[in-house]
Design a protein around this ligand. Structure first.
Ligand SMILES: NC(=O)c1ccc[n+]([C@@H]2O[C@H](COP(=O)([O-])OP(=O)(O)OC[C@H]3O[C@@H](n4cnc5c(N)ncnc54)[C@H](O)[C@@H]3O)[C@@H](O)[C@H]2O)c1
Length: 335
């Protein structure tokens, strides 16, 4: 397959390595807006540098991966879909879901496959947790908890442009709980606090947040996030059911110390960063996209899925600001 890759920063370079090692990829073509980056990445991974996105999309690709900065996603998605190239796009679909306009209709009209990047859907422990629920082993869900605690805050400039903790970080939790339950969130109630560096408050953001979600079947979701968890990168998905409970992320790398005497779990070392915790999930995700691009399966995470996670983030952002529960129907525009 001839695969294109747009954006060669932190995550793009990781995808470049994955794609260059994949047996199904005969040629990898890469481009980046920053001068010299495509040439350097191409030299590292045996890829072909291309000077522009237009040139890349016109080069007869079997699929394209968009891994550029968030504000570019919408225009690049439109261009890739218009060119009829099967597309993988990193989350989020758009910086602002209110400006997505007719993109979903354009995707449906063109019949072009689009997969949005939410790697937790491919993590073996997350997959096993969902499988236990789907097999009926847990009975009915009382509560689903999703946790993402970053070891250290991103730079102040990143925070200022991130859209806030719900759009930037918790969006992974929102997608994970929708995907695991197969249900839709109807209402949220969010809160947050700032006890760390001042640049979070300066940006109108919080460094720690929590959100209560109500699903359409009555399940309760509890989402917990912070930018200050120096013990390590803590990501867990816990499904508590009437007949059983299961957790993903409860491994020896869990950055949590038991206070119980004689308990030596987790044994460590703690997960340090999302790249090491989810390396395998990222690889499976890209492998899955290659099957989507070659028509062997449908997209496991559609543009509609990607946007729904964004609507939950919008509702939580509004709930935090207005200090009240917010219904999803009140943030999502009428069809
Ligand atoms: N799925 C995940 O877990 C995950 C993890 C990290 C990042 N992301 C997403 O991936 C995207 C990239 O994040 P990152 O951390 O790699 O950012 P980054 O800033 O490290 O890299 C972005 C790259 O895109 C390039 N770029 C910007 N505009 C471009 C354009 N118009 N055409 C071509 N290249 C362009 C930049 O020059 C840069 O090299 C973001 O949208 C982010 O939300 C997803």
């Amino acid at each position: 397959m001839r695969i294109g890759l747009i954006g060669l920063g932190r995550i793009g370079a990781f995808h470049a390595e994955t794609l260059s090692k994949n047996d199904h990829v005969d040629q990898l073509l890469v481009t980046d807006a920053a001068p010299g980056v495509a040439e350097a990445t191409a030299a590292t991974f045996g890829a072909t540098p291309v000077s522009s996105v237009d040139e890349l999309l016109a080069s007869g690709l079997d699929g394209v991966v968009i891994a550029s900065s968030t504000p570019t996603h919408l225009a690049l998605l439109r261009a890739a879909v218009a060119a009829g190239v099967p597309t993988f796009c990193e989350k989020p679909v758009a910086e602002d879901p209110y400006v997505v306009g007719d993109l979903i209709e354009a995707v449906q009209r063109s019949g072009t496959a689009v997969q949005i990047g939410f790697p937790r859907r491919f993590d073996p422990s997350f997959v096993a947790a969902k499988a236990a629920l789907d097999a009926g082993e847990l009975g009915w869900l009382t509560t689903i908890r999703s946790t993402t605690m970053d070891p250290a805050p991103p730079p102040a400039a990143y925070v200022a442009g991130s859209g806030g903790i719900f759009r930037d970080c918790a969006i992974h939790d929102f997608d994970a709980v929708r995907w695991a339950t197969g249900r839709e969130v109807t209402e949220v109630y969010a809160t947050g606090s700032n006890r760390g560096e001042a640049f979070f408050a300066d940006a109108g953001d919080v460094d720690t947040s929590s959100a209560l979600l109500t699903f359409d079947d009555g399940t309760i979701g509890v989402i917990s996030n912070t930018r200050y968890n120096a013990q390590g990168y803590d990501v867990r998905l816990e499904l508590h059911g009437s007949a059983g409970s299961v957790a993903a992320g409860l491994d020896d790398g869990l950055p949590l110390r038991s206070a119980d005497p004689e308990v030596h779990f987790p044994a460590g070392p703690a997960h340090a960063f999302f790249m090491d915790r989810f390396a395998e999930a990222f690889r499976i995700e890209i492998d899955t996209f290659l099957r989507v691009a070659s028509g062997q399966q449908t997209s496991p995470c559609t543009i509609t899925d990607g946007l729904e996670a964004s609507w939950i983030a919008e509702a939580c952002t509004r709930s935090l600001r207005e200090h009240r529960p917010v219904r999803l129907d009140d943030v999502r525009p009428a069809p």
